[in-house]
Design a protein around this ligand. Sequence first.
Ligand code: GAR
Length: 207
Amino acid sequence: MLKIAVLVSGGGTNLQAIIDAIEAGTITNAQIDVVISNNPGVYALERAKNAGIEAMCLSPKEFESREIFNDVLTKTIIDRGIDLVVLAGFLVIIPPQLIKAYKNRIINIHPSLIPSFCGTGFYGLKVHEEALKRGVKVTGATCHFVDEGTDTGPIILQKAVCVEPDDTPKSLQQRVMEQAEWKIMPQAIDLIANDRIEVVDGRVVIK
Ligand code: GAR
């Protein structure tokens, strides 16, 4: 049984999609051990509690330095025996030591088709604002492994979503979530939990 830690910073709709998929049996061989937020007041923590999942807040602000926060977050994950770290809208830079210890065991959901609209500064609504500004007709979401770069790790799954003529950043964000993020994130977890993913030469092969 794959033991998962879900890291969140906001509303937690992707967390909810994972909880629902485990409950519905579309994710098998996996359980969420803990939900960790960097932000005390977010609704994602409520979602965890409502589902009977342990929820905790580890905020960089509570620690004397970023190094100490990084050590505590990494130790918490290792000590709990976590197999997979899922970044579900987690807007904190991942500790380098965690990335090293969890190579190809941390996944992220990004609200565009990587390599478009990604990298430093591209998160949340900003991604959709830039997509609309550029006038792309198709966007989407990407689920990928996390490496030392920003949005540069091996791509697991992507799903395209059409941009409509009257889209606002908000409406596009909502449609990308509904049609892409909430589908490919649970799907990727199920593939990992059932040992169907291999990374070969920096690329994901689905068995
Ligand atoms: C999601 O749209 C996710 O793709 C994005 O934050 C949102 C979190 O929503 N993540 C990034 O932009 C990471 N670069 P949620 O809290 O409702 O799941």
